[in-house]
Design a protein around this ligand. Structure first.
Ligand SMILES: [Zn+2]
Length: 191
């Protein structure tokens, strides 16, 4: 697990080591509502929560900024799911009974995976702060991040490991980390 983190610069969090810096990815809701049922073997969950677009001011500038985010061009979460599925891994999507409704959940080995949007979850590389209504946005985005960490803790308290990846990360690289973790956890689970 350590080596995965080192290789990918990602964060794996578990209850024994809350301070591990790890992967971060998660959908940000910009493209919520897509038809997930097209993906074989995937449980379709409802969109987790309303997004800022509804509750907050979205100036043309902000829209332009968002359109430059990686997510606007592709859907990293979907690409990760497809890659995992291609590798024979099966999982739940947006499991409604789990804190934070993880993007991907391996229930048997209790591994939750989030693909975090760079804008909504303040990726260190791509985070931007809209200039209009800056204070409102700052508070909103910081609340997002704080909520992420709360959900992580809640999952850990339920015995889950939590893996966050950024949407800008190569889905194949993230899939490598997920696959390796699942293997290790299966061994631990069965052994
Ligand atoms: Zn990023």
């Amino acid at each position: 697990m350590r080596s995965i983190e080192k290789d990918l610069g990602c964060t794996v969090v578990d209850r024994r080591d809350l301070t591990l810096e790890g992967i971060v990815i998660r959908r940000d809701g910009l493209e919520r509502g897509g038809d997930l049922s097209a993906v074989e073997g995937v449980d379709v969950g409802r969109p987790a929560r309303p997004v800022g677009r509804k509750s907050g001011p979205l100036s043309p500038l902000v829209s332009a900024q968002m359109s430059r985010m990686p997510r606007a061009r592709t859907n990293p979460e979907m690409r990760l799911r497809r890659e995992l599925h291609r590798r024979g891994l099966r999982y739940r999507v947006n499991h409604p009974a789990l804190p934070g409704r993880p993007d991907i959940a391996f229930t048997k080995v209790r591994l939750a995976v989030f693909v975090d949007g760079c804008f909504w979850h303040m990726c260190p590389q791509h985070s931007t702060m809209p200039k209009n209504n800056a204070e409102w946005w700052a508070q909103k985005l910081q609340r997002n991040v704080a909520r992420d960490r709360e959900k992580d803790v809640q999952l850990q308290e339920l015995g889950w490991k939590v893996l966050h990846a950024w949407e800008h990360e190569d889905p194949r690289t993230v899939a490598d980390a997920v696959e390796e973790l699942v293997s290790e956890l299966r061994i631990a689970h069965d052994g």
